[in-house]
Write a protein that binds this ligand. Structure first.
Ligand code: HEM
Length: 127
């Protein structure tokens, strides 16, 4: 058994595949695409850095950007409960696309569900 989830995942290449598959979905999602930049290159680079350290790999995100303070960094955007669900759906589909192992998928998704709900900073709009 590898000692952390990052090693277990299969390193940087697998994580890059996951992040690419994720933002491909985000860029097409009606609830999400409006709040993300058109060019997701830099967003994807930062997300790969963040997930590397989130999974127990080297602290790439903090080395370049300082403390993640993710909730604060998301305050400029309207993160509604519906967007949190959409984000998690894109992530789960991306995990399936890159065939993340079941145990790893479930573990990571559980942690990301917690984080995603923590990012919510406004209610859903009434329609
Ligand atoms: C940045 C949306 C959840 C990690 C961003 C940005 C948006 C966004 C619009 C800015 C993109 C840019 O300007 O490049 C959302 C929405 C979420 C969500 C709608 C739904 C709950 C999460 C979660 C994580 C996360 C769960 C943790 C894995 C990040 C990181 C950045 C980021 C690391 C880059 C921050 C930086 O600029 O340094 N997110 N996010 N987000 N998000 Fe999220």
């Amino acid at each position: 058994m590898k000692h952390n989830m990052y090693d277990h995942l299969g390193g940087s290449q697998k994580l890059e595949q996951l992040v690419t598959a994720f933002y491909n979905r985000v860029s097409q999602h009606p609830e999400l695409k409006t709040i993300f930049p058109d060019d997701l290159t830099e967003t994807a680079r930062k997300q790969t850095q963040f997930l590397t350290q989130f999974l127990g790999g080297p602290p790439l995100y903090s080395e370049e950007h300082g403390h993640p303070m993710l909730r604060a960094r998301h305050l400029p955007f309207e993160i509604t409960p519906r967007r949190a669900t959409a984000w998690l759906t894109c992530m789960e589909e991306a995990m399936d696309e890159v065939e993340l192992e079941k145990e790893l998928k479930e573990h990571l998704l559980t942690r990301l569900t917690f984080t995603a709900h923590h990012m919510v900073n406004t209610g859903d709009r009434e329609e």
